[in-house]
Design a protein. Sequence first.
Length: 118
Amino acid sequence: MGARMEEREERQFVTPEIEKRRHRRARLVTAVKCDALGRDEILLTRDVSAGGVFVTTNTPLPLDSKVGLAFSLGTGTPAISCTGKVVYSKQGLGMGIEFVGLNEATALALQKFVDESS
């Protein structure tokens, strides 16, 4: 019985919650227009997924800020305009923005980009 209890306890520690991302990411370095809190800036993305984008900036927005975004997945592709919410913000590094209310065509374009980049 003691060995069975130890086995159960070990299983609890096997899957730590270090990685919280739900979507696979693809590297994408491109200009992104960010509109939020009276700021209208052109910044750079670092990576993108079907669920969000990471934007590099020394002065990220606060958590839960609503952001208007406009960027392209590459030359010759239509611009993506959408809204997002800041879900990760680290001074000097950047911010993770989760897409909110994507239409189906945009969601499919993002997923295709990530799949083809892998």
